[in-house]
Design a protein around this ligand. Sequence first.
Ligand code: MN
Length: 736
Amino acid sequence: MLSKLMETIDKYCYNVDKDFINKAYNFAVDAHKKQKRESGEPYIIHPEEVACILAEMGMDQNTIAAGLLHDVIEDTEYSYEDVTREFNSEVADLVEGVTKLGKISYKTKEEQQADNVRKMLLAMAKDIRVILIKLSDRLHNMRTLRYMSVKKQKEKAKETLDIFAPLAHRLGISKIKWELEDLAFRYMKPNEYYELVDDISEKRVEREEYIKDIVVDLHKNLEEANILADIDGRPKHFYSIYRKMVNKNKTLDQIFDLTAIRILVNDIRECYTVLGIVHTMYKPIPGRFKDYIAMPKPNMYQSLHSTVIGPQGKSFEIQIRTYEMHKTAEYGIAAHWKYKEGITEEADSKDSEPVKADFNTKLTWVREMLDWQKETTNPEEFMESFKIDLFEDEVFVFTPNGKVINLPSEATPVDFAYKIHTDIGNRCIGGKVNGKIVPLDYKLKTGEIVEVLTSGITKGPNIQWLNSVKSNQAKVKIKSWFKKAKREENISRGKEVVEKEAKKQGYNFAEFIKEIGLDQILKKNSVNSLEDLYVSVAIGSTSASILVSKLKESMTGKSSVDTDETALKDIKEHISKEARKEKAKKTYNPGVTVKGETDILVRFSKCCNPVPGDDIIGYITKGRGVSIHRKDCENANNLIKQDGRRIVEVAWGNGSEAYVAEIQIKADDRPKLLTDIMEILNSMDTNIQSMSAKAVKGDIAFVTFKIKIVDISHLDILMRNIKKLRGVMEVYRTKN
Ligand code: MN
């Protein structure tokens, strides 16, 4: 049993004390001796396999030991202290870290999930190895998922696809990511999985032949150029093929790169030489070449990719990279763990230098996610952006100085601006791409040179930007700007209200502060600063009149005229006033009550444009609230005939919004008629929404106005005044 682990350690790890591992193994065997796996096998198989996966990643001795002991604290009688005493505190910390993550129950609720993710991020920020153990644990559990109930299988599979596989991807551990995805795919969608496996194996022989020929040709050409390379045809993973088929709506036959050919060489210079040779052998497809060596992916992946047209006109993908890059491609952050540890290998080449710095970049991502998590109060929103961030594809653009900036795909110049600096984002007024001005919702493409135009003053972001930006960073910054801006607005509004109220009650607010003391005032109102107090007044959680009355009381030492009862009434009034305002905003209810209710969605019918003062009726529409008609509206009368039960009583409230009325004027078509009418409208401060005029039979004019009026009396006076004009025969409101 143990020999498998020891062999793996020999193959992939350095400086591991086998006695130490042996001791951990025996400790785990003893601790779990009463337990069995779901499969009926001894429990120790599970921790041993987990340790093997960690050893394959080339992890250090403490991590491998922690892999063996990872379930000890949770499942057995041994404690953190026991593990520390028997081994060391680093091993104990790792085991405890995994145990804490294990306690997470992944419910469907987004809130729960967001909290779990937060815990994982925190654990990662503390020691990334905890997550590597957790991923190995999950991988072995997925490999043995068949022993679980179907319900459990689906749950685990979904969670694996949602969180663990993307996490592995983010950390660059593609080997684990692919296996997790294929296993989860099998349990999530068994029918699709087995159908795909069958379809692929059917064509396997044919495809293998094809690839074999290409590999032979490549070897021949590379040998001529004196390049030693490992070449192999790598079949793509089931889940990635399946996703491609679903996302791009293609059949298996239409996906040409089922197999990618991978060429591994010694150094970077050879990578580019090989690329040149490949492109002389096979025609490259334009736009499919990607240089991830010059521009590594955020998960540290480096490689050259190109899709070329091979024999028989079939295209295939080719990937060229160094052995070192390959290790990173498979094990991601785990491959770089040893650099942090300061262990060097003989195989280290100069190539590893640029990637080394990315270890910190990786942790930067974890820290960034934690920051976002702190700033995003809505758990659903956080989970959404977390998932997007895990999966997201990137574009790489340049600053005018040639610095590479990577952004989520479809990012805009605004994303770019915020990535450079928050202040640049807040002052952003335009963007230039390759020297040309572009709109701010322009979707950036890899390779473009981006410049941000800023204004001298910080005028702040536009709320509309939230619809087009793609990065979490930009979203969070924009939102927090608005939150802050709103606060400033509330401070000044609250201050104004408080000062006005003080004056009304015969005082000066500054007097209160001087007499009572700011500290006392803040304490009494349980706020931390004067600004907070103003905000609290502005948003209605503190009533200005009660505040001032209380201050008066403290100052004079005797109860003010305001009794508790009036104070209570005050609050109620304030609240209901605010509520009414809110409701009015939401329902666009311009002051009509429906059977005494004010918060029902009403719409003014376009056929008769009722205005306050008109006799009106309401008609309950299907799904669009109550439509308001004038009682003399013909449409309304038809509606009553059709279905009288839908008619409801409505009445005008006392809103102060403007209403639209349409009036028509019949008059002699004389010069200056329109000017005269306009003059009357102007003199009565009436806004015109639209106007049309036509002459009939050469001497009679019909002029139609849509105007905004305050109420029926406003309209009456207006119509009477127009009627007084010379040559006007009739003035009436249109009905249809
Ligand atoms: Mn486990």
